[in-house]
Ligand binder design. Structure first.
Ligand code: F6P
Length: 319
């Protein structure tokens, strides 16, 4: 193993840059040449691949986004696209690739391994929807961004004695919503994994009113969606003014939290070590605060188990 490449793919997440930095610096430290691929798998197909030195990753640990840029590559999903990427990899004599991204990017990494290219995945997504790892890079920062927004909405919500429906991202996973609900002191959390009725939410709002609550914060997961519609329905039933806020892409950006920077640094370092051990088709994760590696197919096959305890806690503490 002499030359490795790193790319970021799919939706970006805070601390992807910290992971790139760890890959580049660990690789160089171990005597490898490290290359950065621009625009995810698209750059692998078009050969947008540049050597990176230690200095090229200076001053990025605190920056959100990804200096390598990212894309959701349609072409790489085709066998022809992957063959083009393979040709580029051979011509440039790349011996291994580290892919930072979510489950879609991991499927791509798996297909690349099947073509004989040693590939390792680092979980970079704000969704925390990969079951094999306790946390993904970027989740903690997105959560803190959501909390900051919830605190602000709570201020105006209290002044006006309103109900606020706040939609957070997370695709089909309710983690960002549940964690935001607990840390943001929300009155109710609506997630795709748990059936709910508007009547349940309204009952909770009435109980809150009776016990003197000035505001009601309802966290709604993107996987359920329809924040405006839910707000209208709540207002109709309770006759309390209700506003909806969709937090959107602010959750994807911003300077990463210390926790995400450390997680990304540990995972980036481990990914290079795993490549040097001669392994392929592995993903890096964290379990009980230990950095682990696991077979990609095995990892992707693990179903995400809904954390009932955490959900119950979010509800019980809201009363
Ligand atoms: O996977 C991260 C994420 O932000 C999801 O929470 C969201 O559903 C999706 O990406 C949005 O994707 P796009 O950037 O393509 O709009």
């Amino acid at each position: 193993m002499k030359r490795i490449a790193v790319l970021t793919s799919g939706g970006d997440s805070p601390a992807m840059n910290a992971a790139i930095r760890a890959v580049v610096r660990t690789g160089i430290e171990k005597g490898l040449k490290v290359y950065g691929v621009h625009r995810g798998y698209n750059g692998l197909i078009s050969g947008e691949i540049f050597e990176m030195d230690k200095h090229s990753v200076s001053d990025i640990i605190q920056r959100g986004g990804t200096i390598l840029r990212t894309a959701r590559s349609e072409e790489f999903k085709t066998p022809e696209g992957r063959q083009k990427a393979l040709n580029v990899i051979k011509v440039l004599k790349i011996d291994g690739i580290i892919v930072i991204g979510g489950d879609g990017s991991f499927h791509g990494a798996d297909l690349l391994s099947d073509l004989g290219v040693p590939t390792i995945g680092i979980p970079g997504t704000i969704d925390n929807d990969l079951a094999y790892t306790d946390y993904t890079v970027g989740f903690d920062t997105a959560l803190n961004t959501a909390i900051d927004a919830i605190n602000k909405i709570r201020d105006t919500s209290s002044s006006h004695e309103r109900v606020s429906v706040i939609e957070v991202m997370g695709r089909n996973c309710g983690d960002l919503a549940i964690y935001s609900g607990i840390a943001g002191g929300a009155e109710y959390v609506v997630v795709p994994e748990k059936p709910f009725t508007v009547e349940d939410i309204c009952e909770n709002i009435f109980n809150g009113k009776r016990s003197g609550k000035l505001h009601n914060i309802i966290i709604l997961a993107e996987g359920v969606g329809g924040a405006q519609k839910l707000a209208r329905k709540i207002e109709e039933i309770t006759s309390i003014e209700t506003r909806a806020t969709v937090l959107g892409y602010i959750q994807r950006g911003g300077s990463p939290s210390a926790s995400d920077r450390i997680l990304a640094s540990r995972m980036g370092n481990k990914a290079v070590e795993v490549l040097l051990e001669g392994k392929s088709a592995r993903v890096i994760g964290i379990k009980n605060n230990k950095i682990i590696d696991m077979d990609i197919k095995e990892a992707l096959a693990i179903p995400k188990v809904f954390d009932e305890e955490l959900f119950d806690l979010s509800i019980s503490l809201s009363n």
